[in-house]
Design a protein around this ligand. Structure first.
Ligand code: FAD
Length: 407
């Protein structure tokens, strides 16, 4: 069944080759690749430019993704400004355990806040390359994805006019709450879901980082984490009940819990600061399989969600987008549809690798606070294995940094 709404005879009509729905890291990467190959496209985004350039989220980009962006001329500012991290630290049972994943894998993380990456990608596409992007659009609808002439319609925010853009293909890059995924109904795709039954209070503090690396605090009171974002801003996470109200976490309680859960002998003290973001994430994952149907191709969070346990979501979004961008160029410029027909199959092994790793890491990180002695025991065994066995350490390092995902 195609859930497309009936044709809209009153809409004014335009034509392009590809409509990209959503201007997050996935959509903007696809759009830049299309633009660089002179393939006409339009990007439709419900939010304003200012909003997407400030929305705080991810911060850790895996080296393979940075190199892929660099090869496409999209990483100049990132390479000039990002710090790199090659170690993380587990704090557990009152002790610190440094883990040098960069040495073991030969790859690093680049610490670059998502809003900066989005800003760079918008500038490259819209300001430098003159690409067509519509902000603040409303009521986006898809039409005829099973035909050779699919279309996307939307309401122009300034004029209220209904506009229909006919195209050859639609890139569904509208994130976890978008509309494109709903067009791959149960008759076309399965949605595999996993709910961790855990909440994380996601915090951004106006405070300089208190460690030179990611810190995972495995504590009976609940998991806690520290991640740098910039010299002035640090992300923290605190495990909490799913669905908890951020109002239950006033400034004093947040810092008291962070001190309690991250404290170990010899660790530098936490630098406190004003909390500029405080929201509860209910940790869950999903994967839509296949990631395409007809002339609609999903990329990023529209196709799969990875709770930020292992910092994988934006990296996966970039992986999809790089593959999709190249496949669309081959189809539109050379008439070669093999990349598009193999797109979902090419993405899904990486998607499932990252999902499996996130689940595995979640069990390690939340065992101590589970209240279940068996889970606590197996989580300890898992951590001891990574810290004690060179083979296990190398396998962990490669999964953590996503080695092998070169595009
Ligand atoms: P999005 O970034 O969600 O972009 C989708 C865009 O589509 C949005 O701009 C949205 O406004 C727009 N849109 C929505 N509906 C419509 C519509 N109907 N029509 C048009 N446009 C629409 N990942 C990592 O790799 N590393 C990390 O360290 C990390 N940390 C995270 C921390 C937090 C607190 C959170 C919440 C996430 C984190 N992630 C991390 C995940 C990462 O942010 C996402 O995976 C990433 O944003 C996915 O990019 P995307 O382009 O697929 O979707």
């Amino acid at each position: 069944m195609n859930l497309a709404s009936p044709p809209e005879p009153s809409a004014s009509r335009r034509r392009t080759r590809v409509v990209v729905v959503g201007a997050g890291p996935a959509g903007l990467t696809v759009a830049n690749i299309l633009r660089a190959a002179s393939v006409d496209c339009v990007v439709l985004e419900t939010q304003s430019r200012q909003f997407i350039e400030q929305r705080p989220r991810a911060g850790f980009i895996e080296e393979w993704a940075v190199r892929a962006l660099e090869r496409r001329g999209l990483a100049d500012r990132l390479l000039a400004h990002a710090q790199t991290h090659a170690e993380c630290e587990f704090r557990w049972a009152g002790e610190r355990h440094r883990f040098a994943y960069g040495e073991l894998s030969g790859h690093r993380h680049f610490v670059y806040p998502q809003p900066l990456l989005v800003t760079d990608l918008v500038r490259a596409y819209a300001d430098r390359a003159g690409g067509d992007i519509r902000f603040g659009v409303r009521d986006v609808e898809l039409h005829g994805i099973d035909t050779d002439t699919p279309a996307v319609s939307y309401t122009d925010p300034d004029t209220g006019e209904r506009i229909r853009v006919d195209c050859d293909a639609i890139a569904g890059c509208d994130g976890a709450r978008g509309v494109t995924r709903t067009h791959l109904g149960p008759e076309r795709a399965t949605v595999a879901r996993h709910d961790y039954g855990i909440g994380w209070l996601a915090l951004l503090a106006q405070a300089s980082p208190s460690s030179d690396c990611v810190v995972f605090g495995l504590h009976p009171r609940g998991f806690a984490a520290h991640m740098a974002r910039s010299p002035q801003v640090t992300r923290y996470y605190l495990e909490c009940p799913p669905g908890d109200d951020p109002a239950n976490w006033p400034h004093e309680r947040v810092w008291a819990e962070l001190h309690a859960r991250l404290a170990v002998a010899g660790a530098p003290p936490l630098t406190e600061g004003r909390l500029i973001e405080k929201r509860v994430l209910d940790m869950h994952n999903y994967v839509v399989e296949p990631m395409s149907g007809g002339r609609l191709y999903l990329a990023g969070d529209a196709a799969h969600l990875a709770a930020p346990i292992a910092a994988k979501g934006m990296n996966l979004a970039l992986h999809d987008a790089l593959l999709l961008g190249d496949a669309l160029v081959a189809s539109c410029a050379d008439g070669d549809d093999s990349g598009l027909s193999g797109y979902s199959e090419a993405c899904l092994p990486r998607v499932w690798q990252y999902q499996e790793f996130s689940q595995w890491l979640s069990e390690l990180l939340h065992g101590a606070s589970s209240g279940v002695p068996f889970k606590a025991g197996t989580a300890s065994a898992r951590l001891r294995r990574i810290l004690g066995s060179p083979a296990a350490a190398t396998a962990f390092a490669e999964l953590y940094i996503g080695k092998g995902a070169e595009v």
